[in-house]
Design a protein. Structure first.
Length: 317
């Protein structure tokens, strides 16, 4: 038993000696590895600093290169512009030298062209609504000419009979309306002169209207002269828009009292989408006086008011 115990003691002592020898070596190895790692990290940091410095120098070099290229392009552009300016100057001098002999010949032509341009700039000719119109360039002064013609042609299918009260009915042609409109305008003033070569019957030229109008206050139109006062809806309708050549008899009776065409008038009318209003002081008809009949002349007052007091998307009163 004693010998076994001694053997174990020897083994344990040997192990202890080995451990005592190995532990210092292991500690030294660990210290060496840490030092090497720190040295490597220091080298890496140095390399990173050097790389950053190289990048900065490369950026500065690129910037200098761009500036050099821009300066070279500017120099090339300036040189090209100088060459072009020199070429233009040479061509201008050549043109001036060759144009001097022809100046005397082209001067009259240039003056004629300038005069034509000035005339076209002053006067304009147009056809608004088919009516020939001459106007100044600014449109303040204009003269327009228009026309309106209505012929009345009639005939009968008949068997003449001498025993009747009217044995034969005539065929016929009549110029009911033959008007030439002259309209002059200056700013807000308009003058109308309209001779009428028609009639019922025709053959005696007369005057349809001769008046002066002022339209400077919208929507009012003031009128003085021989005019056709507005007294009813049918009476105010343009004759070219009526169904027949003649208006209804009741309309002719109504307007013959103090209105109708060729009536000396002083008044105004105003119209919008919601109302129409007119009032005129009227006098005699054109041609009412003759050298042998200087009678007194009538004075009348006519007017018309039409309105729709309410209207919307669904109702219209």
């Amino acid at each position: 038993m004693v010998s076994k115990s001694r053997g174990r003691d020897r083994i344990c002592g040997a192990l202890a000696s080995v451990c005592a020898a190995v532990l210092p070596f292991t500690a030294y190895a660990q210290d060496t590895a840490i030092a090497r790692i720190e040295a490597i990290e220091h080298q890496i940091r140095g390399l990173q600093s050097e790389l950053h410095r190289l990048k900065s120098e490369l950026g500065e070099a690129k910037q200098q290169l761009r500036q050099s290229r821009a300066e070279a392009q500017r120099a090339q552009q300036e040189a090209r512009e100088a060459r072009e300016a020199e070429e233009r100057a040479r061509q201008d001098a050549l043109k001036a030298a060759t144009a001097e002999p022809s100046i005397a010949q082209t001067a009259p032509q240039a003056q004629t062209a300038q005069a034509a341009a000035d005339t076209s700039a002053v006067v304009k000719v147009s056809m608004p609504n088919g009516r020939p119109t001459i106007a100044t360039a600014d449109g303040r002064l204009s003269l327009a000419i228009g026309g309106f013609v209505q012929f009345d042609v009639g005939g009968f299918f008949q068997n003449p009979n001498s025993n009747t009260q009217f044995p034969h009915l005539n065929y016929g042609v009549n110029l009911r309306r033959g008007r030439i409109y002259f309209v002059g305008q200056f700013d807000d003033f308009r003058a109308n002169i309209t001779p009428d070569f028609g009639g019922s019957p025709d053959g005696v030229p007369t005057l349809f209207e001769a008046n002066i109008n002022y339209t400077g206050i919208k929507p009012v139109t003031a009128t003085v002269g021989y005019f056709h006062p507005f007294v009813s809806l049918n009476d105010a309708t343009f004759p070219g828009n009526t169904l027949f050549l003649e208006r209804p008899s009741i309309i002719n009776i109504e307007r013959s009292v103090a209105a109708g065409i060729q009536r000396a008038s002083l008044g105004a009318n105003a119209a919008t989408e919601d109302y129409f209003a007119s009032a005129y002081l009227t006098g005699p008809l054109f041609g009412a006086q003759t050298p042998t009949r200087l009678n007194g002349e009538q004075v009348g007052l006519v007017g018309r008011l039409a309105t729709r007091p309410y209207h919307d998307e669904d109702w219209n009163f």
